[in-house]
Design a protein around this ligand. Structure first.
Ligand code: ATP
Length: 589
């Protein structure tokens, strides 16, 4: 239990201490009104023994009852606030901690999980934890404490009836235990179906353009249909199997009332129980079941919600990429691949790849689609760890550099730029959160995006839609280059994205890239060979191996080589000439 609470509270279990203590105190005090009722019953049955009723005493008891109810209201309100504030603190801190943990995991983790499942972990599962802590867990504590108070309170009146009163509790507990097992089984499947449905919904919204284009709406979008159908079935199953076990547990408890009554009558008839004590058991003793019955019903919910805790714990058991205790900071920024082997699944994507990128040089990666070019850049940024061999920056293996120290030295410009649903200023500042608005502007000028930003209705304060949906592809790309310029890191990984752009945007982007790469270790995935003719080194990848390496001129020497073949093909297609504008041409090397 402690381990469970530690994992869902992000090891700050102490946050629950105060609300739990106050909940226990509150539960003990909740027994008070029953104590007052008991004294009132004793007073009211005095005429049976030939004594008169003391009305003053009854008024005093009434005043006590009123005072304790008022006190309980204020105490309860304070405890309620305390419990909810602890629950929401745990929820928000837990989500942030989990978000940070997710950042440390290898990208391989994300490939194996549905996005809806991860979203559910951060939103739905933590929301379940909040409800579990604020309502159910505390109610469960109350339901355990109150019967214990009642037990010791009733014991002096008649130990036999007291034992009979508590007798059904273990039996109902057994029912609860069985329903817990069932709920764990069906609940896990229900949550899985729910997350699957939310993944398919995300997919449906994300792919809306294609869904419209291919008329996949409604029933034709089978994946969404199937997911919601499964969710419906699992939801019905969930209710169907859990309901009866809860009803059984509550029924067992209620049977206790009948048992107390039956035995009470017997004891009364043989004269071993006074009428007064019998009434006490009937009025007060049976109230013991109220919180228990409530908790039996809530127990199913509590168990269901605890699956969320289990899911969070499971996620924490996925080990992040190992990092050194103490980071080794590279003082040089050359990059080396030494006999690197890598696979995403079973097939090797890189096979015995070795090369060296010197500081302040440009290396181009070229080769057919699927050859492993992007994989090389992802491995430099350590999105994955290599399977064999080693990658070094400044002579230090990546695994000996803390992730944040490595990433702070690398700028990445991807083809598929993602912008956050925030202002352009904030989107560029992702490169350097400390940058002043002037520095952001300067980076935007260099990235050739200042001009179009100024023309937007709110300039740098214009909010771009989710993913940057309100901007064109070329504009997004230039903003991502501004980010990278602002980051000012010594290694630049660039996935050339000019292929699908119009000539004007392409020119702007080429200029922007020229600014970005000045004096850095640059590795560029080149799709258009005309842009890399002046690269210091070109690595030609084929089937995960380096098939050829050299400068443009050296590679063209082998007229049967892969590079020469690619060059001739592209030249024919686009009628290029050697010496057209290239990155290195822009840099002036
Ligand atoms: P392109 O020019 O089309 O972008 P590329 O040379 O950059 O191709 P990579 O993206 O590195 O090629 O992919 C190399 C191989 O690895 C391909 O067969 C691809 O299908 C596979 N691959 C790439 N990313 C993943 C991934 N995340 N999970 C599984 N396989 C992957």
């Amino acid at each position: 239990m402690k381990k469970f609470l530690n994992s869902i509270t992000n090891n700050s279990i102490g946050i629950l201490r105060k609300p739990v203590i106050f909940e226990i105190i509150q539960s003990v005090f909740q027994g008070q009104p029953f104590f007052v009722i008991l004294l009132a019953v004793q007073e009211l049955i005095k005429p049976l023994d030939g004594q008169g009723i003391d009305a003053n005493r009854l008024y005093m008891l009434l005043a006590w009852l009123a005072a304790s109810i008022v006190l309980l209201f204020f105490f309860g309100k304070a405890v309620y606030n305390m419990e909810h504030s602890a629950a929401y603190t745990i929820g928000s801190e837990g989500r942030l901690a989990l978000g940070e943990y997710l950042r440390k995991l290898s990208m391989g983790f994300y490939k194996g999980r549905d996005p809806g499942d991860i979203t559910a972990l951060l939103l739905q599962d933590y929301s379940n934890i909040e409800t579990m802590i604020s309502n159910l867990l505390m109610a469960a504590i109350g339901a355990v404490v109150l019967p214990v108070v009642f037990f010791f309170f009733l014991l002096p009146f008649d130990w036999r009836l007291t034992l009979l009163t508590v007798a059904p509790i273990p039996l109902a507990g057994l029912g609860a235990f069985i329903s817990q097992k069932i709920v764990m089984y069906t609940g896990t499947r229900h949550i899985k179906a729910k997350n699957e449905a939310s993944s398919r919904m995300l997919e449906y919204l994300d792919g809306m353009k294609n869904i419209k284009a291919f008329n996949l709406q409604g029933e034709k979008f089978q994946r969404l249909h199937k997911a919601f159908d499964l969710l419906k079935r699992k939801s019905i199953q969930q209710e169907a199997v859990t309901g009866p076990s809860v009803i059984l547990a509550v029924w067992i408890l209620n049977a206790g009332i009948a048992l107390v009554m039956l035995m009470g009558i017997k004891f009364l008839l043989v004269g071993t129980l006074s009428l007064g004590n019998f009434l006490i058991f009937l009025i007060v003793g049976t109230r013991m079941y109220d919180p228990l019955s409530k908790v039996m019903i809530n127990f199913v919910e509590l168990t269901y919600y605890s699956i969320s805790g289990k899911r969070i714990r499971e996620l924490y058991s996925v080990k992040p990429l190992p990092e050194p205790e103490k980071s080794n900071i590279p003082d040089k920024h050359n990059v080396e691949f030494e006999h690197v082997w890598f696979h995403y699944h079973d097939t090797d994507v890189l096979r015995d790849v070795s090369f060296r990128l010197e500081e302040n040089t440009m290396t181009a990666l070229v080769g057919p689609s699927g050859a492993g070019k992007s994989t090389i850049t992802r491995l430099i940024a350590r999105f994955w760890d290599v399977n064999k061999g080693v990658i070094k920056v400044g002579g230090i293996p990546l695994s000996n550099i803390k992730n944040e120290d490595l990433i702070s030295r690398i700028s990445m410009v991807f083809q598929d730029v993602y912008l956050f649903n925030d202002t352009i200023l904030e989107n560029i500042k992702i490169g350097n959160a400390e940058a002043s608005p002037e520095e952001v502007r300067a980076a935007a000028v260099k990235a050739r995006c200042h001009e179009f930003i100024e023309k937007l209705p709110k300039g740098y304060d214009t909010v771009v839609g989710e993913g940057g949906s309100t901007l064109s592809g070329g504009e997004k790309q230039r903003i991502s280059i501004a980010r990278a310029i602002l980051k000012d890191s010594p290694i630049v990984l660039l996935d050339e994205a000019t292929a699908s752009l119009d000539p004007e945007n392409e020119l702007h982007i080429q200029d922007a890239i020229g600014e970005l790469v000045k004096g850095r270790t640059l590795i560029v995935i080149a799709h258009r060979l005309s842009t890399i003719t002046h690269a210091n080194q070109i690595l030609v990848l084929k089937d995960g191996e380096i098939a050829e390496r050299g400068t443009h001129d050296e590679l063209l020497q082998d007229s049967d080589g892969v590079y020469a073949g690619m060059w001739n093909e592209q030249r024919k297609a686009h009628n290029w000439k050697v010496g057209s504008k290239s990155y290195s041409g822009i840099i002036g090397k």
